[in-house]
Design a protein around this ligand. Structure first.
Ligand code: CA
Length: 228
């Protein structure tokens, strides 16, 4: 299994990333301090991508990045920048990072960046393609494509992420809060209504009859479910 290191001292953000890494098929190696991250990397030379927070209790993420790069040119490095400050990005890229993601980020965004780095490392093979097949639907989670009865259905990234969440949890009622957290990220401060708006759009694209949806069903007062 492909390994990803997540260095983040804030436990709730770290566990949120870990859950989503696992959901995306990666093995997550956790570290809460810079020194710990460097030790985990020594123990696991097969880690392909490292996600580094910048503000840490010991050495900062830029220094961790520098030290990793001093001995490892191969590994993909993504910096987690807390602010949208240009300086963070510039400094991160100067110290050898490949990419950066600004908090708050969506899990879909983060895993897309990790996937891209892994592809660049040449670590991607056909064996990693995950096909989710349910009823008339076939989803390819690598290519981000969806077919219904053999016909391509074009989805936005967000619609795709929602549908993927459903197809990975068939028959399970998902609360709107859970969908929001999984697709937009736990730090997203928008309204729950955005979930409903996207589900409405998704239904138009995938349901046979939107007035009587059978694939994405409503669980009144709670959320939605994939399948009746
Ligand atoms: Ca931090």
């Amino acid at each position: 299994m492909k390994k990803v290191l997540i260095l983040e001292d804030e436990e709730n953000i770290r566990s949120f990333v870990v859950i989503n890494l696992k959901r995306a098929g990666y093995a997550a190696i956790e570290a809460g301090t810079g020194e710990e991250a460097l030790a985990r990397l020594r123990d696991n030379p097969d880690i392909g991508v490292a996600i580094l927070d910048i503000m840490l209790p010991d050495i900062d993420g830029f220094e961790v990045c520098r030290r990793i790069r001093a001995t490892n040119k191969q590994i993909g490095i993504i910096m987690l920048t807390a602010r949208t400050q240009e300086m963070d990005k510039v400094t991160g890229l100067m110290t050898g990072a490949d990419d950066y993601v600004t908090k708050p980020f969506s899990p879909a965004e983060l895993t897309a960046r990790i996937d891209a780095l892994y592809r660049r490392l040449g670590g991607d093979t056909n064996a990693d393609v995950e096909l989710l097949s349910q009823g008339p639907f076939v989803m390819n989670t690598r290519n981000h494509t969806l077919e219904k009865a053999g016909n391509r259905v074009r989805l936005t990234q967000v619609e795709f992420s929602i549908l993927k969440l459903f197809m990975q949890n068939p028959g399970r009622a998902l609360s709107r809060e859970e969908i929001l957290a999984a697709v937009w990220g736990r730090d997203y401060e928008g309204e729950l209504k955005i979930v409903d708006v996207n589900i409405r759009r998704l239904r138009i694209k995938i349901e046979d009859d939107t007035t009587n949806p059978t694939y994405i069903t409503t669980v009144w007062g709670f959320g939605y479910k994939w399948g009746a």
